[in-house]
Structures are given as structure tokens and as C-alpha cells.
Design a protein around this ligand. Structure first.
Ligand code: AMP
Length: 112
């Protein structure tokens, strides 16, 4: 069981800001910006490269939720970044698909 499955199962605590039957969003424990939220599907998909045709609607929903939460967290006007790290070169550290939503500061580009 990954750490995110344990958060979904409420076996370990997290600062949950939104949840429905398909996904959960909580604050990143090691924030890289004043707003740093993780949006995590409840279905276990290890990473974006492991998603299948059947997951397309869910992937779209995760993006839509990122946009909704950006509004809720009032970073929609100042701007924000949505990131998925898939695999070792991207620095993926938890093998359970998740979308990072970062904002409330100017973010450098290109990323490191
Ligand atoms: P990634 O490197 O893309 O796999 O991102 C994993 C993220 O999960 C990192 O930003 C971590 O800080 C975050 N993280 C790890 N453990 C926890 C936790 N228990 N609660 C919240 N965020 C976590």
C-alpha cells in the first residue's frame, strides 16, 4: 500500500481540502510553494505512463479538479502550475498517480 492509499483509507492523516468518490485532494507535506496541493485518484494507477484507455475520463477529471481547486484557493487569477511527475527522470517519489497544483508565488521555467 502506498502512502497515498493510506491517506485515502484514513490510516494516516492529511490536510484534506476536497474529496469525492473518484479522487481526493490534500496539502503536500513538503510544500514547494505557498499553495501546494496533491490531487490523487482513488483508483490505484502507479503513474501516468501506466494509465490505460479506460482511465481517460478520470485523467480529464483530475485536470478539471485542479482548475476548480485553483479557483477555490484563489490562485486562478495570479496563475498556477499543474505537474505530473511520471517515472525516475521526472523525480517521481510516490508510485500512485497524482497531480501537483502549485501557486501563490512566481514559478521559474524551465523546471529543474
Ligand atoms: P512526486 O515526487 O511527484 O512523486 O510527489 C510526491 C509528493 O508527495 C511529494 O511532493 C511529497 O512531498 C508528497 N508527500 C509524501 N508523503 C506525503 C504525505 N504523507 N502527505 C502529503 N504529501 C506527501
Amino acid at each position: 500500500m502506498t502512502i497515498f492509499e493510506k491517506i485515502i483509507a484514513r490510516e494516516i492523516p492529511a490536510k484534506v481540502i476536497w474529496e469525492d468518490d473518484d479522487a481526493i485532494a490534500f496539502e503536500d507535506v513538503n510544500p514547494q510553494a505557498p499553495v501546494h496541493v496533491l490531487i490523487v485518484p482513488k483508483k490505484v494507477i502507479p503513474r501516468l505512463s501506466a494509465a490505460t484507455e479506460k482511465d481517460r475520463a478520470l485523467l480529464g477529471k483530475l485536470m478539471a479538479v485542479a482548475g476548480d481547486l485553483a479557483k477555490k484557493l484563489e490562485i486562478d487569477k495570479t496563475g498556477y502550475r499543474v505537474v505530473i511527475n511520471s517515472g525516475p527522470d521526472a523525480g517521481e517519489s510516490v508510485p500512485h498517480l497524482h497531480v501537483h497544483l502549485l501557486g501563490k508565488r512566481a514559478l521559474a521555467w524551465p523546471p529543474g
